[in-house]
Design a protein around this ligand. Structure first.
Ligand code: TRP
Length: 331
């Protein structure tokens, strides 16, 4: 069945990096050319489960929205907005708390992961996937582009929708499909056995908005050989660099380097220069578009996005209230 409406979200937790770009944003941009409506959201209410930072959060949301636009999210073709600007998200999340099973939530691997690493385990971390289900179903979205790590949250979303429909006695929410972003797992430069992320530190990721010199420097210091591995298989670091080169559109060069690596005569330095050049080339137009965007431009786009999102969210939420028997004007 054709997907009618696509929704995805990203947390404003720091600079957008190459892992986010290749793993999500590039795919979001591509989906704008299809037949489905696309809605993209900066999920600030999710971000507060990782800590309350009232000084930084608004700036982070604004920055991220600007970065997304620079990467190609087009406000003419997509709705781009900030989650907290549409209060129905949290309202529906509360409703869904009455539909989500405690047992299911306690099996979420992301929760087990995060709660294991956190001192104060707030219940927002636990109900995080319920808010995510609300994000999606508030727009009756039937397609959600995410990576494999979100598959469990999507399964939970479908479960909530099913249970809601059953209890309400109507097929109100759609069966949302996961549009899996395949195989684009970018690893950390300094530890290529871990996924690229900001939480490990500066050396581990390449920020989309970093100056070309810094980008090149980081790539040139990437770990290529942890030592000890055999020569007839690619080391994780080399495999990651080859992946980055291919993603930057340099397949032919990558094939060449790969053959050299497998025959044991790859000069790591040449590979790194190629990856650095290709990455800088990719980032240049994005950074130029970003530089041309003022904060007020971004604010205007987000205000328009929120208004369009609220149109949909308002009517869906009105139906939900009526289906469960709450809301002003009903008593
Ligand atoms: N949980 C997602 C992540 O960590 C972010 C997210 C929040 C999301 N709400 C969403 C993704 C709705 C897709 C749809 O990456």
């Amino acid at each position: 069945m054709a997907i009618k409406r696509i929704f995805s979200g990203i947390q404003p937790t720091g600079d957008l990096h190459l892992g986010n770009y290749y793993g999500a944003v590039q795919n979001w941009v591509g989906l704008q050319n299809g037949d489905s409506e696309t809605i993209y959201c900066v999920v600030d209410y999710h971000a507060i489960t990782g800590g309350i930072e009232p000084e930084q959060l608004p700036q982070r949301s604004l920055q991220l929205a600007g970065d997304l636009i620079a990467c190609g999210i087009d406000p003419e073709r997509s709705i781009l907005f900030v989650q907290s600007h549409v209060p129905e998200h949290t309202e529906l999340a509360w409703v869904f708390n009455a539909f989500a099973a405690y047992g299911d939530l306690s099996r979420m691997t992301q929760f087990k992961d995060k709660s294991g690493r956190t001192k104060h385990v707030n219940s927002g971390l636990f109900t995080y996937p319920v808010l995510q289900a609300a994000d999606i179903l508030l727009y009756l979205a039937d397609g959600v582009p995410v990576g494999e790590d979100q598959a469990q949250h999507l399964e939970l979303t479908r479960g909530i929708a099913r249970r809601f429909n059953q209890i309400a006695g109507v097929e109100f929410f759609p069966e949302t499909q996961i549009l899996l972003t395949e195989g684009k797992r970018i690893m950390s430069l300094a530890d290529p056995t871990r996924k690229m992320g900001k939480s490990y530190g500066e050396k581990h990721y390449v920020g989309i908005m970093e100056p070309p010199k810094r980008v090149a420097k980081k790539i040139k210091s990437a770990v290529t050989d942890a030592g000890g591995e055999s020569r007839d298989a690619l080391s994780p670091g080399v495999a990651n660099l080859l992946g980055l080169l291919r993603l930057a559109g340099k397949d032919v060069e990558a094939d060449d380097f790969e053959a050299q690596a497998l025959s044991g005569d790859l000069m790591y330095g040449y590979l790194k220069v190629a990856v650095a050049d290709a990455t800088v080339e990719l980032l240049e137009p994005i950074q130029a578009r970003r530089a041309a965007l003022s904060d007020d431009d971004i604010r205007a786009i987000l205000a328009d996005g929120a208004a369009r999102a609220r149109d949909i969210a308002g009517s869906v939420m009105a139906e939900v209230r009526s289906l469960i028997g709450v809301g002003a004007g009903r008593i």
